[in-house]
Design a binder for this molecule. Structure first.
Ligand code: PGA
Length: 244
């Protein structure tokens, strides 16, 4: 599973060239590929890429509809056949002050409706203090006693690795992914072992080193997904590595 998170980047022109570049570079594959453009471009992205095997998604959602100026609800995503929603990205937590209570409401409203990709990750300071697993466990509390959709997915994104060019060692990522699977499995009502993606400075140069790890089920790609050629290369690498 390879997911692109365009964040607040892109425009109509970029979308045209992205699609052409992706199509040219991408090999035939059966990898689950999703792209989350800014939601205002979501429908256009889906129309333009309908001939490709790519699912359109969104980067965030609200958990209610009605008098909530600026919000987009789960019902609206369903109405427009949205494939997935990211929630809990560290930029939402830090810039928009989202906390676990809010993210839990989002998870509950998406669960069994739209594939959910929950982002979790520790800061540099927490990592330095050896608190990574404690922090992740706290962030994962929101799955407690929920009967999770079979497609529920976690993205492990160390905050210090996002956009920085820094990444943990692949073997450390593998260990954390195993830990995340175990925590979710023991705490969710239906004992679901989720897919876990790695996110944070993934490129076509380092992707293979992550995909070689047993518990890495894919990647959530930010900066490197804005270029259709580079993103297609990452999809190709995943397809080759996980096929073996
Ligand atoms: P990055 O972003 O690939 O640019 O580090 C990843 C993300 O924030 O999802």
């Amino acid at each position: 599973m390879i997911i692109a998170n365009w964040k607040c980047n892109g425009n109509k022109e970029m979308m045209f060239s992205w699609t052409a570049d992706y199509e040219r570079e991408c090999d035939d594959n059966d990898t689950f590929v999703g792209v989350a453009p800014p939601s205002i471009y979501f429908k256009q992205f889906c129309i333009e890429n309908s001939f490709l095997n790519i699912l359109g998604g969104v980067q965030d959602v609200d958990y209610l509809d009605g008098s909530r100026t600026g919000a987009i609800s789960v019902d609206m995503l369903t109405d427009l056949d949205c494939g997935f929603s990211i929630i809990g990205h560290s930029e939402r937590r830090q810039i928009f002050n989202e906390n676990n209570n809010l993210i839990k409401e989002k998870l509950k409203s998406l669960n069994n409706e739209i594939i959910t990709i929950l982002c979790i990750g520790e800061t540099k300071e927490e990592n330095d203090k050896g608190l990574t697993k404690d922090v992740l466990k706290d962030q994962l509390e929101i799955v407690n006693e929920l009967s999770l959709d079979a497609e529920f997915t976690v993205a492990y994104e160390p905050v210090w690795a996002i956009g920085s060019g820094l990444t943990p060692e692949p073997k450390d990522i593998n260990e954390i992914h195993k830990y995340i699977k175990d925590v979710v499995q023991s705490n969710s009502a239906n004992n679901l072992s989720p897919k876990v993606l790695y996110g944070g400075s993934v490129t076509d140069k380092n992707a293979e080193s992550f995909f070689n790890e047993e518990f890495v089920d894919g990647a959530l790609v930010g900066g490197a997904s804005l270029d259709g050629t580079t993103f297609a290369k990452i999809v190709n690498i995943f397809n080759k590595t996980k096929e073996l």
